[in-house]
Design a protein around this ligand. Structure first.
Ligand code: NAP
Length: 319
């Protein structure tokens, strides 16, 4: 394979969040000369947050988009070739593998899939402009901005329980809004929530509308409309913040069926970060259903680059 005249990349990294860029930093320092397809909307979920206060090394905090710029610069500095293009398909039936974007079709010996997961939202009017202005999907990231505030969480799974409990550290009051009369969450988490003096639970209820005020061009959430699904009664609730915890969707739709996924679409890894396909690695939120933090995603990117380098070397594709 080493002597072929055709251009074949050593490594293509798919994803431009903390995982993809960190994989790029490690892979380029290992002289793999990787290509990163960072996606049309590069930067991942951190592009939706404001201050990141829990990423080590930034005691004063750093804006999510700024942090991603720095990651990207660091990956570029060591020679990663980065394109803001979406990968639309992979051909894994032949080796070298083929990675397809709208513009390109390139061959590569190995691939790291770091396409992350996207938080699910309610798809209500004005949602996009309120994200970061009262609407959030990450209590760990944004909870501290809601000191003494009146906030609500939507969802009935473990994430919703975790978010609600976490938010009690800051908020004056936390209301948990769930569409059924029973939680999906584990008993232990649900019990903690139900016993917590700061948490009120509203059952059988959905959010149907966001209320907001505008200050110049900036919109700010001020409340919501709630509808009881049994009675159809609609009520209004004043709020300083609303946290969505209704699950995540891993960004794996573009992948062929030959890659093993869980029933929820997350990628499965077999040996360290390698998937069931030789030389195809998966890392970060596209695999992780538990931690989902920028720092853990970055660490996964590092691991996957080390695994890819070892695999390329063991298979005598690189020296
Ligand atoms: P999840 O278990 O899928 O729960 C999502 C919740 O959101 C469900 O209660 C669901 O309601 C509700 N929901 C979904 N779509 C909705 C919509 N459009 N409107 C209103 N409500 C909606 O997701 P998750 O809580 O993120 O957990 C994902 C996985 O990670 C789970 O396996 C969980 O156990 C795990 N996890 C574990 C921990 C932990 O162990 N500490 C922490 C977090 C997550 P229904 O119940 O009616 O479907």
């Amino acid at each position: 394979m080493k002597n072929s005249n055709e251009t074949i990349e050593n490594l293509v990294i798919i994803g431009g969040g903390p995982t993809g860029y960190t994989a790029g930093i490690y892979a380029s320092r290992a002289a793999l000369n990787p290509t990163i397809f960072a996606g049309y909307q590069a930067g991942g979920q951190l592009m939706l947050t404001t201050d990141v206060e829990n990423f080590p090394g930034f005691p004063e905090g750093i804006l999510g988009p700024k942090l991603m710029d720095e990651f990207r610069l660091q990956a570029e500095k060591f020679g990663s070739k980065i394109f803001n293009e979406d990968v639309i398909g992979l051909d894994l039936t032949q080796h070298p593998y083929v990675v397809k974007t709208y513009d390109k079709e390139i061959k590569t010996h190995s691939i790291i899939i770091a396409t992350g997961a996207s938080a699910k939202w309610l798809d209500l009017e004005n949602e996009k402009e309120l994200i970061g202005s009262g609407l959030s999907s990450c209590a760990t990231c944004d909870g501290a901005f809601f000191k003494d505030a009146n906030i609500a969480v939507v969802g009935g799974g473990d994430s919703a329980m975790e978010e609600a409990l976490f938010l009690t550290k800051y908020a004056r009051k936390v209301t948990l809004i769930h569409r059924r009369s029973e939680f999906r969450a584990s008993k232990i988490m649900a019990t903690r929530v139900m016993k917590h003096p700061k948490i009120e639970i509203i059952w059988d209820t959905i959010v149907t509308k966001y209320l907001y005020e505008k200050d110049g061009f900036i919109s700010k959430l001020t409340g919501i409309h709630l509808k009881n699904v049994n009675t159809n009664e609609v009520t209004e609730m004043d709020l300083d913040g609303l946290f969505m915890a209704i699950g995540h969707i891993p960004n794996t739709d573009f992948l062929p069926d030959v890659i093993s996924k869980t029933s929820e679409g997350y990628l499965e890894t077999n040996i360290h970060t390698m998937t069931n396909i030789d030389g195809v690695f998966a890392a970060g939120d596209v695999v992780d259903t538990r931690y989902r933090q920028a720092i853990t995603a970055a660490a996964d990117g590092c691991k996957s680059a080390i695994d890819a380098e070892k695999w390329l070397s063991e298979n005598e594709i690189i020296d």
